[in-house]
Design a protein around this ligand. Sequence first.
Ligand code: TYM
Length: 342
Amino acid sequence: KKRIVSGVQPTGSVHLGNYLGAIKNWVSLQNTYDTLFFIVDLHAITLPYDAQKLSKATRDTAAIYLACGVDTSKASVFLQSHVRAHVELMWLLSCVTPVGWLNRMIQFKEKSRKAGDENVGVALLTYPVLMASDILLYQSDFVPVGEDQKQHLELTRELAERVNNFYGGRKWKKLGGRGGAIFKVPEPLIPPAGARVMSLTDGLSKMSKSAPSDQSRINLLDPKDVIANKIKRCKTDSFPGLEFDNPERPECNNLLSIYQLISGRTKEEVSQECQDMNWGSFKSLLTDALVDHLHPIQVRYEEIISDSAYLDRILADGAVKAADIADATLNNVYQAMGFLRK
Ligand code: TYM
C-alpha cells in the first residue's frame, strides 16, 4: 500500500479551509492508503503562544480529526511531540539544508514581516525542515495539503534528493547499509477544489487561523447562530446574479465554491442553481448547507472530547505505530551519515 501522511497545527481553531483543503480529503484517502495523521504541536510554537491554549488546542484538533471521520481502525493519529524521531531527524536535515532555501519560503517572509524581528525565533525559519522530517520519516508517497503548503513540499522533495545524493547508494552500502535511496521523494496531493478557501471578509486573502478577525473564517466548532451571523455579514458585491471564476468577483467565487464542496454538488449544478439568485437567498442556502454539514461533526466532537481516556488511548496507540516506522528511517539516516550505532 502507498503511504500518506499529513497534519494540522494546533493553533487557534480548525477552520473550513483546513477542512476542505486537507482533513475532508484525508477521510476519503484512508480507505485506499496506509495513512498517518499527526497533530503538529511542535510547529505551533514558532510564534509567541500561550501554553494553556496549546494543550487545549492539541486535544481539540485530535478530537476534530476523529469527528470529521478519520477512522483509527485504518489511520494512525498521534502527536508530533510523542514521536521523538521528528526532532532528531530535523537536526540531521538542518545540517544539509542551505539557509538560502529557507529564506525563500513565502510563509516565512509573510509571518516574519508581520511578527517583527524581535518576535521572530530561529524556528520560524527552520520550520520547513521540521515539516520535511514529518514527511520523510514515514517514507511517504503522497501528502494531501492545501495550496499554501506547496512550496514546503517542494523543499521537502529537494531535501530528500539532496540527502539521497550525498549519503545514499554505494556510499551508504560501504557503511553497512542496504544502499539505494534513503528517503522516498514524496508528492503533494492538492485537491482540484478547496485547496485555497478564501477569507469571508476579503476574497483575495486566504482563510487563516491567525487572521485577527474571527469574522473572516468559519471554525468547524462554530455554533449555528455564529455561522449564520458570519455568512450574513460576509463581504459580497453588487453584480447581478452569481457566478464562478469572474476575477472581478473573488468573494462570489469563494462562497459558491464553499457551497459546492459542502453540499457535495458539482460546479455545474451550483452554477445552474445559483446563477439567478440574489445574495439574500444564496446566503440562507449556504448557511443551511454549512449548518447541516457541520452539525454531525460537532456532535461527534462533543462525545470524543468528553472522554479523555479514549482520546489518550488513541494518541498513545498512534504514537507507538508511528515510532516503529520513524525509528527505522532515523536509524538508516544515522548510519548513512556515518554515525556509530549503539
Ligand atoms: P496548517 O495547520 O496551517 O493547515 C493545515 C492544512 O490546512 C490547509 N489549509 C488550507 N486549505 C485550503 N484553504 C485554506 N484557506 C487553508 N488554510 C490551511 C493547509 O494547506 C494544510 O494542509 N505546515 C503545515 C502543517 C504540517 C504538515 C506537516 C502538513 C507540518 N508538518 C507534514 C503535512 C505534512 C501547516 O502549518 O498547516
